[in-house]
Structures are given as C-alpha cells and as structure tokens.
Write a protein that binds this ligand. Structure first.
Ligand SMILES: Cc1cc2nc3c(=O)[nH]c(=O)nc-3n(C[C@H](O)[C@H](O)[C@H](O)COP(=O)(O)O)c2cc1C
Length: 420
C-alpha cells in the first residue's frame, strides 16, 4: 500500500522531533518515496543528515535554497505529493497553518499542495488544550485536515497528560488510512469477526482454539486501507488493534453472535473469519473446579473429569435461515441493505467437499477454505494457502501467500459483488 507512494514528512521543532526519524525509516522500508521538510527550529532537535540518510533523498529546509532541479522547489514538492504528514506538529506551526501563513518551506508547501494533509500534534498538555491551539485545530479540521489526537501519558516535563506523539504504528496506520480514503471500499461499512472464542468451564479455565486472529486483523487493515469503515468483532487475541478500526471485544460464541447481529444491520459486508467454538460447556462452574470435583462435575476420585458440552449456534447458518424466513429460526434485526456474506472454513481433511457443503448450506457469497494441518497455512502463521469458493460453484486455488496478500485477494473478490 505504501510502495512508491509520494509522501512528504514535515518535521517541526518539538521534543518529539526525534520520533519522526523512526517514521521516515519505516516509510522508506515499506517502499514509500519520502521527501522530508524540516523547519529551522526542528534542526535544533534533529539533524537533516539523519533524515537524508534514512529517506535516501535530499531533505528540504530552506525556502531560498535553489535545488537546481525545479525552478520552484516548493511548488514541485507540493504538486508531486500524495500526502503531507506533519510529525510532530508544533503549536506554532499549527497556528501558522490555520492562518494560511507561508513563511517557511513547510508552511509554503502546505498552502501550495492539494494532497491530503495529516497532522500529529505533540506538545505539553497546557499548550494542546489552550483555546488558541484548539481553535486552530478546529479550523484545520473544518478545512479537511486530518488531525491525529495525541496520546495521553508521561510528557517530557515529567507530568502526565495529553500531548504525546502517538507511536510509529499508529502514525503508519493513520497515513495508510488517509492514503486509502477514496479506495474501492470508500463509504462501505464492513464487519469482520476475528480470533477464537473462549468458552468458560469455570472462573479460571476455558475451552478455546489456536486461532491467532491474524487473518481477521489483516482483513480489517486491508479494508481500512481501501476506505471502509471497519468494525472488528474480536475474540481474545494478542494483536494490536489496527488504527482507525472500531473494535468490539467479545469472549464467547454467544457474545460474538450478539455483536455481529448488532453491527450488521447497516453493514455492506460480513466476513466471519473467527474460529468460533462449535461447543461450550453446558454449565459454567461458579468456583474453580478442584481436583476432587465439584457440584457441576460431581466427584472424580477415579482421576477422570467429564465436561458436558452443548452446541454453539453457527452464526452464518443461523443468519441464512433467518433471512430465508425459516420457521423457528432466530430472528435477525432488519438489514438496511443487501449484506455480502463471506465465510471461512478451517479443515484438516476433505477440504473441497466440506467447503462446498458449507457454502451452500450457509448461502454465502464467498467461502475461503484453508487446510490448517499445513505448516504454511492457518492458525498463527503469517502465510496462508487458501481456496476461494464462489456462489456460482467456481473455485480458485490460490498459491501460498502472506496473509496480507490473501486479504487483498478476498477484498478484490468482494468489491465486484458490491456493485451488483
Ligand atoms: C526544549 C524545547 C522543547 C519544545 N517542545 C515543544 C513541543 O513538544 N511542542 C511544541 O509545540 N513546541 C515545543 N517547543 C516550542 C517550539 O520549539 C517553538 O514554538 C518553535 O517556534 C517551533 O517552531 P516550528 O513550528 O517552526 O518547528 C519546544 C521548545 C523547546 C526549547
């Protein structure tokens, strides 16, 4: 997504200026063409040489320095940019931008460019919450500038408050979101379930599975980067929430069903990539089950413990039955528009037959099947080998790919269905 994208990183003079170094490095590693503009005051904190070395490109600072390439460097930079991101944005530069001043290379380029502008304010909380700064930010927002809210935490002064520059992952997420805001999923609402569910046995134990959530989280990131509003209904996982994605955390299959039903009412797409537990303990013990047993399990002096399991609802199958008005099916809240439904099938044997049967029974638009017994596929891996089954019986056998590639392939197939 960042490959060959032309991004200007404007660096202002604040205590967080050094963090822009990491951002420029990560953008360059991701293949972006990064032009750094540094203010005179930023040079008190960081040196242009560091940025030039990491970006592999010249760094711009002095408005009056002839570059030898374009007659007007600031206009050439402004016109070529796909995004101007200012990290950190000082109170001073924010004020200048708000009032249309153009007294250095950065503010002049900001005025001259028609590319989207993203700013990441970072300063002491008194400066940030000052009515002047807030009014300036409101003015910039009104004009379409995206303002990244600073983080709350320890400030350079030693105090705790709002004003910290968000971490590099958040900055990168925000950059990708702005770059993709007019993508092929712009204006769409998508609901994605991810991770496994935990079905409680007692207050300390649960029945679970090996799902890491990576596939669902990657699908969420990809949809965000194509302009969608993404709602991620996630079981417990150890992954950071992608910036700009709305998270709904759940634990059990029943909670996941309620959350999915809640969010699909005005959604365009539902992708169920979560590994929802098929069964849950019939009864959850109120207290930790001791080795000797308890009121739920009975006594088990013989060294054995039996847990009685009952079936969980199959969310997509239940949804299909409900949409078809099958008698006795659980009613779904009315949907505002046609919902594209995509399922996942994790199988260890008879992949094709099981997948085709699931696709038909659950009346899906697409079914993504993977053989989780393979080393390069399924739970916890960074790659996936999938087959995609279409409603018209077509089947595609995709090669082993990073999960980012699989996510892109899935959305590539969902987008045309939205136009039907
Ligand atoms: C040690 C030090 C740290 C500073 N940190 C910040 C800061 O984090 N955020 C901010 O808005 N200004 C900060 N300032 C004030 C700016 O450097 C000052 O307003 C400057 O004019 C900003 O210039 P620029 O916006 O052209 O880069 C700091 C100043 C000093 C001396």
């Amino acid at each position: 997504m960042l490959l060959n994208r032309r991004i200007i990183v404007g660096v202002c003079g604040g205590i967080a200026s050094y963090k822009a170094i990491d951002l420029v490095s990560k953008l360059q590693q991701a293949g972006a063409l990064v032009d750094v503009i540094i203010t005179e005051n930023a040079e008190e904190f960081v040196r242009p040489l560091t940025f030039a070395t990491l970006s592999h490109r010249p760094v711009f600072g002095d408005l009056w320095e002839p570059s030898g390439e374009a007659a007007e460097t600031h206009i050439a930079l402004a016109e070529n940019a796909e995004l101007l991101v200012i990290v950190p944005a000082t109170a001073n530069t924010i004020a200048r931008l708000a009032h249309g001043m153009a007294d250095n290379m950065l503010t002049t380029v900001a005025l001259a460019t028609r590319a989207p502008v993203l700013i990441a304010p970072a300063m002491h909380s008194h400066m940030y919450t000052h009515p002047a700064t807030q009014a300036n930010l409101a003015l910039l927002r009104e004009r379409g500038v995206t303002v990244l809210e600073p983080a709350v935490g320890k400030l350079a002064s030693g105090e705790t408050g709002i004003g910290r520059l968000p971490d590099t992952a958040t900055l990168l997420g925000a950059i990708q979101q702005v770059l993709g805001q007019h993508g092929d999923l712009a204006g769409r609402r998508v609901v994605i379930s991810a991770g496994g569910t935990h079905e409680a046995i007692d207050p300390v134990r649960y029945v679970g599975n090996h799902s890491s959530g990576k596939m669902g989280y990657t699908l969420a990131t990809e949809a965000r980067d194509r302009g969608a509003h993404v709602i991620l209904v996630s079981g417990p996982v150890a992954l950071p929430v992608p910036y700009g994605v709305e998270l709904c955390s759940v634990e059990t299959a029943l909670q996941m069903r309620d959350a999915v039903y809640h969010f699909i009412t005005d959604a365009d797409v539902l992708i169920m990539s979560a590994a929802v537990a098929d069964f849950r303990p019939a009864q959850v013990a109120a207290h930790k089950i001791k080795k000797s047993g308890n009121e739920v399990t009975g006594q088990h002096e013989d060294g054995e413990l039996a847990i009685h399991l009952v079936q969980n609802p199959d969310i997509l199958a239940e949804l299909a039955a409900s949409l078809n008005g099958v008698a006795g099916s659980r009613p779904v809240p009315p949907l505002k528009r046609r919902l594209i439904r995509v399922g996942f099938a994790a199988e260890t044997q008879n992949l094709v037959e099981h997948a085709q049967e699931k696709l038909r029974r659950k009346q899906l638009d697409l079914l993504v099947a993977n053989d989780v017994s393979r080393d390069d596929s399924g739970f916890g891996t960074d790659t996936n080998k999938v087959l995609i089954f279409h409603a018209d019986d077509a089947m595609e056998d995709l090669p082993v790919m990073p999960k980012t590639g699989v996510a892109a392939a899935i959305w590539d197939r969902v987008v045309p269905l939205l136009a039907v």
